[in-house]
Design a protein around this ligand. Structure first.
Ligand code: SF4
Length: 532
């Protein structure tokens, strides 16, 4: 049966993230007057792939509520996202069904674990570019259900349309994402990116990328743009062809955007690339350091982080004008009992304020999961319990589990002590060498920043008086030594409003888990330092 000629109403709903997650950043959003960190780039890209006449309504459940009227309007509900959104995706499937609406689920979580979402009528698995046409044709032909799976790693991203930025309310977000490439050439055992997007990075064309930035600019957006690539430097050749054009575009428009991204540590070895990123106005890079222990890095197939001084590498990135956010993992098989000390030393030596320290997690469909399964050590993965910071270690550990948790706790306790955190911010404030760039003053942005500054002062002095002296010591140090880094020192200080509180929540939960394990084995509980 062919469906009637009226173009369908598509309700796209981006599920809520688990609030118990490192990236929830609620207090940071509060300071900057945002409702969520970032808009759903995947969904607005998918929206651009649907037939022109289809009516689209986008609701981000992290910033808005979906109503009965929205469901009443819809002919179909499209949803899906990442693993920390799994619970809400399942809630949305039930909700849509209670209104009698068919559901289409896609995105990385459904691609990794399709069985979890079997309640939906349609599953669109893999990269949408390779398969969305099949779904559209099936829908138009009257299909009531179906599973559409894209061939792996072959989607031609040079054909990806410009995301529908017009569907966004920019004022709801801290930053906006764009994507240049997919895939990463490395082979880290725990990584699901290479399983989803492959190890041969595919990049958009320069013209395509600049057209996206043109569209973002024309839509009125200014400020922080995140390249959401899992490793922006995965295809260095393509990136080095693009960055000079990005630099020229920024110069022509008087630097309306400042960029952040994720990259592998070998970025620090390439001075030319660092200079190009600096010129294009990249200000922050997320790097997966994972472990300071070479044996662990080798066994987890992260060799790109070995044979180097991590502190020197990170300082080269600071000198190029970008501050570093880094991921660290506790729980590898090869870890020694001194892992906590080594990790804390590494974080201090690199002076990385925002260190995302988590537990090793066997994500669905990874080499790690397959190995642990073979070794009969795999435990259920509970996507709803949080992220790798709040709910990792879903396997039988080689070291006593209690010791691994106690090491994780020790790292959190040490690196998120406010004195230690703000001391690292002060160090970065002195060594970060931001370029001097001409900028256009946008009064709406200035007003937003003034409001953010007022809320920061309120939070640091009134609602969290315990941070007052650390904060002011950082402000004074920055103004004395490098006042032009003030904006970045404020950003890193505001991060602590989330990280300090989040660390305390994790520590409390770890204390409970450790006490339970002690009780289980009847061991004499080692007294733990109470959370500050
Ligand atoms: S470098 Fe990052 S994206 Fe690449 S394989 Fe390793 S963890 Fe995955």
């Amino acid at each position: 049966m062919v469906r009637n000629a009226r173009p369908p109403n598509v309700l796209m709903v981006f599920p809520r993230f688990n609030p118990n997650s490192f990236w929830s950043l609620a207090p940071v959003c509060e300071v900057w007057g945002a409702r969520a960190p970032a808009p759903p780039l995947g969904m607005i890209t998918l929206a651009a792939m649907l037939p022109k006449g289809w009516n689209i309504r986008l609701i981000n459940r992290n910033s808005d509520d979906v109503t009965a009227a929205d469901f009443g309007w819809a002919d179909m509900v499209m949803t899906g996202g990442m693993l920390p959104q799994q619970d809400d995706t399942l809630v949305l499937i039930d909700l849509a069904h209670s209104f009698g609406k068919p559901v289409v689920v896609g995105g990385p979580a459904a691609t990794s674990s399709p069985d979890v979402y079997r309640g939906a009528e349609f599953l669109v698995l893999g990269e949408a570019e390779g398969v969305i046409e099949d779904f559209i044709n099936a829908w138009l032909a009257g299909a009531k259900s179906g599973v559409f799976e894209a061939p792996k790693f072959t989607a031609d991203v040079t054909k990806t349309p410009i995301p529908r930025f017009d569907l966004l309310k920019f004022e709801h977000y801290l930053y906006v994402g764009v994507q240049f490439s997919r895939g990463c050439p490395f082979n880290c055992e725990f990584c699901d990116i290479i399983e989803l997007y492959g190890r041969v990075p595919r990049a958009k064309t320069n013209a395509q990328m600049l057209a996206e930035l043109d569209a973002l600019l024309a839509a009125g957006y200014r400020g922080h743009v995140d390249f959401v690539d899992d490793n922006l430097i995965g295809n260095k050749k393509a990136l080095k062809r693009f960055l000079p054009e990005l630099h020229a575009w920024q110069r022509k428009h008087r630097y309306p955007f400042q960029f952040s991204t994720e990259a592998s540590m070998n970025l620090a070895d390439d001075r030319e690339l660092l200079e190009m990123l600096r010129e294009a106005n990249f200000f922050a890079i997320f790097v997966g350091i994972e472990s300071p222990d070479s044996e662990t890095l080798i066994s987890t197939q992260k060799k790109q982080n070995t044979r180097r001084s991590l502190a020197d590498s990170v300082h080269r990135i600071y000198a190029a004008g970008m501050f570093v956010i880094a991921g660290f993992i506790v729980g590898f098989d090869t870890e020694k009992s001194a892992v906590a000390e080594g990790m804390v030393d590494c974080i201090e030596a690199t002076s990385i304020p925002v260190a995302m320290v988590g537990l090793l997690t066997a994500l669905p469909n990874t080499q790690l999961t397959r190995r642990l399964e073979r070794e009969s050590r795999l435990l259920p993965f509970l996507a709803g319990a949080g992220d790798q910071c709040s709910a990792g270690l879903n396997f039988v550990t080689l070291r006593p589990r209690r010791d691994v948790l106690a090491d994780f706790r020790a790292v959190l306790q040490s690196v998120y002590d406010p004195a230690a955190y703000f001391a690292r911010v002060r160090h970065v404030g002195r060594v970060l060498d931001r370029p001097r760039l001409p900028e256009t003053i946008v009064w709406t942005t200035v007003l937003k920043e003034l409001r953010g500054l007022a809320r920061t002062l309120w939070a640091m002095n009134v609602t969290r008086p315990q941070l007052r002296r650390h904060f002011w010591a950082t402000v004074i140090d920055c103004l004395r030594h490098k006042p032009r880094n003030f904006e970045y020192m404020m950003t890193l200080s505001v991060f602590y409003l989330h990280l300090g509180a989040f660390a305390q929540v994790l520590i409390k939960d770890l204390d409970r888990q450790i006490a339970d394990l002690d009780a289980e084995v009847g061991a004499e509980a080692v007294p733990l330092v109470p959370a500050a």
